[in-house]
Design a protein around this ligand. Structure first.
Ligand SMILES: *[C@@H]1O[C@H](CO)[C@@H](O)[C@H](O)[C@H]1NC(C)=O
Ligand SMILES: *[C@@H]1O[C@H](CO)[C@@H](O)[C@H](O)[C@H]1NC(C)=O
Ligand SMILES: *[C@@H]1O[C@H](CO)[C@@H](O)[C@H](O)[C@H]1NC(C)=O
Ligand SMILES: *[C@@H]1O[C@H](CO)[C@@H](O)[C@H](O)[C@H]1NC(C)=O
Ligand SMILES: *[C@@H]1O[C@H](CO)[C@@H](O)[C@H](O)[C@H]1NC(C)=O
Ligand SMILES: *[C@@H]1O[C@H](CO)[C@@H](O)[C@H](O)[C@H]1NC(C)=O
Ligand SMILES: *[C@@H]1O[C@H](CO)[C@@H](O)[C@H](O)[C@H]1NC(C)=O
Ligand SMILES: *[C@@H]1O[C@H](CO)[C@@H](O)[C@H](O)[C@H]1NC(C)=O
Ligand SMILES: *[C@@H]1O[C@H](CO)[C@@H](O)[C@H](O)[C@H]1NC(C)=O
Length: 372
């Protein structure tokens, strides 16, 4: 009988704020929806699958994004072996972002092989038909992957050694698990998942002092990294060493956004965009910019604390590192910095995306922070 007053109260609040249509359920879910709707998932609260010692979780899936893209989190301890045997995808564009720890990533195409040691904030793009592999190097490493189009998680369900869930939200379990990389026979049978084994590829292990191998002496953590000028060439962007723009991030220009793109329409043929947005704190007297975009958007917080409000949901949420918000196309929403320094990894469907608009409104900016 308590329901009636509660509903009346909620209705009154919604009316007071002028919300057109509201869903009384929470934005926060612990299971990713199998249809397109707005949602938030908190870091490590999703069930995942274990492959050897690695735990894979999927904050955005083919079904939750109408196959726009899949967002993968791989949490794992260090390993003395490759995390996966070398392979290519013929149709999927894959990306690697270091959230925690350290790992090596190799990408090889058109007779050019490049290995890089990744530390947090580093990024690598692996376009279709690029041979690639990785190795996890620190006791707690987390890779964030974007794969376009969506639905690629099916491969990991197929490969799983076990399902993984944890009441304590442990990022991964303890134990002596088998090599995560899999065996040559298994990886050679995965063509139906767009995995084509490249077992002849031997990743160069001779990293130089700056963390490059294969193309030793390439710019890595010691100069500007340009994005590839086409959709076929692999490339890397060290944390903060990409080109950036500065944009006001509130209606009265009281807060700032520094956008560092990794994937623009040029690299994805207009299929998606990806990169980071660094946010200053929004003063309590200011309104964040409101967004309504033609494609789906996902943000994963990678630093600080980020506020989010989605039209139709009463709650304002604070998202911390590893939390993800997914916002469907044509939904009005806003996000803003709650900590002094916050940063999100964004993924947008199509070419008219949050970052594309911010960059259009912004101007070139040579720093990873906003004006003092
Ligand atoms: C939310 O609750 C209000 C008041 O009870 C109701 O009118 C509305 O239909 C509900 N909305 C949804 C999406 O369930
Ligand atoms: C990748 O290579 C395969 C086989 O050569 C080819 O059919 C496919 O079109 C290539 N994919 C892209 C995106 O170029
Ligand atoms: C790669 O090297 C082989 C052997 O030297 C050569 O035949 C081929 O044309 C090269 N491919 C490209 C894309 O440069
Ligand atoms: C994981 O759970 C699903 C659904 O219950 C089940 O179909 C699948 O076999 C499980 N996978 C493993 C590796 O146990
Ligand atoms: C893992 O293996 C090592 C060496 O074989 C052994 O000392 C250790 O106790 C094992 N740890 C677990 C959790 O089984
Ligand atoms: C590593 O980077 C430094 C600058 O930070 C540069 O002076 C040096 O030549 C680089 N080393 C290699 C092997 O590229
Ligand atoms: C905020 O910045 C935008 C873009 O630079 C500009 O068009 C607008 O006039 C500014 N608004 C205020 C209130 O300064
Ligand atoms: C973009 O999407 C189209 C249609 O799905 C696909 O054919 C193309 O290969 C994609 N481009 C890239 C660079 O992934
Ligand atoms: C979000 O964090 C800010 C800063 O710590 C705090 O003032 C605010 O109340 C929080 N909002 C929610 C909804 O928890």
């Amino acid at each position: 009988m308590l329901f009636i007053p509660v509903f009346i109260l909620l209705g009154a609040v919604a009316a007071a704020r002028g919300t057109a249509k509201r869903d009384n359920s929470s934005l926060v879910v612990t299971k990713v929806p199998d249809y397109v709707r707005p949602y938030v998932v908190r870091a490590y609260t999703l069930d995942g699958v274990r492959i050897g010692s690695q735990v894979y979780r999927f904050p955005v899936t083919g079904p939750s994004s109408d196959n726009a893209f899949t967002l993968i989190s791989t949490a794992a301890p260090a390993s003395s072996e490759l995390g996966v045997l070398p392979h290519i995808h013929q149709a999927h564009y894959e990306n690697f972002y270091a959230l925690r720890g350290r790992f090596a990533l190799w990408a090889s195409k058109d007779n050019t092989t490049a290995g890089r040691i990744f530390t947090p904030g580093d990024y690598g793009a692996v376009p279709p038909n690029t041979t690639h592999s990785f190795q996890i190097l620190e006791p707690f490493t987390e890779m964030v992957g974007v794969i376009q189009p969506g639905g690629f998680e099916d491969l990991f369900y197929f490969l799983a050694s076990a399902n993984y869930s944890s009441q304590t939200y442990a990022p991964f379990p303890q134990g002596n698990f088998t090599s995560p990389g899999g065996d040559a026979e298994t990886i050679s049978k995965l063509q139906k998942f767009d995995v084509w084994a490249q077992l002849q590829f031997s990743p160069p292990m001779d990293f130089d002092a700056n963390g490059t191998s294969g193309d030793e002496g390439a710019v890595w953590h010691n100069g500007i990294n340009e994005l590839a000028s086409d959709s076929a060439t692999p490339f890397f962007v060290a944390n903060g060493y990409g080109r950036k723009t500065l944009t006001p991030a509130s209606a009265d220009n009281a807060s700032y956004a520094v956008v560092e793109p990794f994937i623009t329409a040029t690299q994805s043929e207009g299929n998606f965009t990806e990169g980071t947005i660094t946010l200053s704190r929004l003063p309590s007297s200011s309104q964040p910019q409101a967004w309504k975009l033609p494609g789906h958007t996902a943000l994963e917080v990678v630093d600080g604390l980020v506020g989010v409000k989605v039209d139709g949901y009463e709650e304002e949420l604070n998202l911390s590192v590893g939390d993800v918000v997914f916002v469907p196309a044509e939904t009005t929403w806003s996000f803003w910095g709650e900590a002094a320094f916050s940063k999100v990894l964004y993924v947008g469907q199509g070419r008219d995306t949050v970052d594309a608009r911010l960059r259009e409104q912004g101007s070139e900016w040579g720093s990873v922070v906003w004006p003092a």
